[in-house]
Design a protein around this ligand. Structure first.
Ligand SMILES: Nc1ncnc2c1ncn2[C@@H]1O[C@H](COP(=O)(O)OP(=O)(O)OP(=O)(O)O)[C@@H](O)[C@H]1O
Length: 388
């Protein structure tokens, strides 16, 4: 059965990291990281100030320095100079001669491929993670981790008998059971096919909603970022070229995420009516009378809802096209037009009554509609495309 929780993040327990960040400038709820690393042919020179709660995404092209940055946070790589303070605790201060070794840093690290012990069943693999910390410091219980990741039924199985997605869920549960104060995830979905990715994303969303462990999440995928991250850092050539709230950063056309095939934005709204006969949920967008409808399980009216909308699922028309099958038609103003990575596509940044959207259309259609900034158009989004 399709799990609709993958499409919408229920916001009642969702930490809005950026508004927290603005309210709370206290360095005890921040992650401050400065690293200078020099390799032959590559240097990383970053100064990050991240919210101490929620998910911070690290995005950038291959070779931009994302993994090097995570390795410095984990203490697996020693920067030439650096400083790292995680929610008030200094893990690295090269000026003061402080550098906690990796095993003293209370963090969980999830890689593309989980390295489970092949001779231990799932339960023993999980217990191995748990034994690394004294019982008094256990913040995440075994039952909680297995329920969150949906792996209760796999406990007796051996790793070789698990699918890639199941193995990764066990790997994430094992990282959580070390009761980390920071979780590092380096492209945890990259080794999985699309179907498995979609299967695992809802579990990651649940972690985000239900556990209070800050996460630094590395990915090439704007869609994953739109689904999971609160804050986004964009790296290029070992430097930070942008850092800010997810909704603004993902939709910026001067940054690489918006120009990729997978460009996506975050739309936040509140749940409205639910049409039981058709399973359609209405979501009210802020600051306007606009609504979007999508196929979804019922959510309490007024609850905050977060949607990831892919640029390729948004089309543009010059007038409101009634009589078609597309349920979502929003009046929009063109803010900006830019070439996409694919030279025959363009990407259009839109204001839908205060909500930012991206539309990815052919260069041909852009010329035919004569798309220019300031133009009033209609954006169409199929309700079914909001499923995935
Ligand atoms: N130990 C090292 N010695 C020399 N160069 C290195 C070393 N480690 C990483 N690099 C180089 O640093 C650059 C950044 O690598 P890094 O793995 O951090 O990039 P990334 O953004 O994570 O890339 P990808 O998305 O492909 O994983 C690359 O050019 C890599 O070859």
């Amino acid at each position: 059965m399709h799990d609709h929780t993958q499409d919408v993040i229920h916001k009642d327990t969702h930490h809005n990291a950026d508004s927290n960040a603005n309210r709370n400038v206290d360095s005890n709820t921040r992650i401050e990281a400065r690293f200078l690393v020099r390799h032959a042919g590559f240097s990383l020179d970053v100064n990050l100030d991240l919210p101490g709660r929620g998910v911070s995404g690290l995005f950038g092209h291959s070779g931009s320095g994302k993994t090097t940055c995570l390795r410095c946070v984990a203490g697996l790589e020693k920067p030439d100079s650096g400083y790292l303070r995680v929610n008030g605790e200094v893990w690295l201060d090269s000026d003061a001669g402080i550098s906690l070794p990796t095993h003293k840093r209370p963090l969980g690290y999830v890689f593309q491929e989980p390295s489970l012990f092949p001779h231990l069943n799932v339960l023993r693999n999980l217990q191995f993670g748990q034994k690394r910390v004294p019982t008094s410091q256990h913040q995440v219980q075994l039952e909680q981790a297995t329920a969150l990741l949906g792996i209760d039924h796999l406990l007796e199985r051996m790793p070789a008998g698990l699918s890639g997605g199941e193995r990764q869920r066990v790997g994430i549960a094992r990282a959580l059971l070390t009761s980390p104060r920071l979780l590092l995830m380096d492209e945890p979905l990259a080794a999985l096919d699309l179907k498995r990715k979609r299967e695992i994303l809802p579990y990651l969303e649940r972690l985000h909603d239900e556990l209070d462990i800050p996460v630094i999440y590395v990915s090439h995928s704007p869609e994953e970022m739109a689904r999971l991250a609160d804050h986004l850092v964009v790296l290029d050539g070992g430097k930070v070229i942008a850092s800010g709230p997810i909704a603004d950063t993902l939709s910026r056309l001067d940054l690489p995420a918006a120009r990729t095939d997978d460009a996506s934005v975050v739309v936040e709204g509140t749940a409205g009516d639910f049409d039981t006969a058709y399973g359609l949920l209405t979501v009210h967008l802020p600051e306007s009378n606009s609504t979007m409808r999508l196929v979804h399980a019922r959510i309490a009216t007024g609850q905050r809802v977060r949607l990831a909308v892919k640029a390729r699922d948004v089309s543009l028309t010059t007038s409101d096209q009634e009589g078609g099958s597309i349920l979502n038609r929003l009046p929009v103003t063109v803010l900006e037009v830019a070439p996409a990575e694919n030279p025959d596509h363009v990407i259009v940044r839109l204001n839908a009554g205060g909500t930012l959207l991206l539309a990815r259309i052919t260069r041909y259609s852009s010329d035919r509609l004569a798309v220019v900034p300031g133009q009033a158009l209609w954006a169409q989004i199929k309700a079914v495309s909001l499923l995935t």
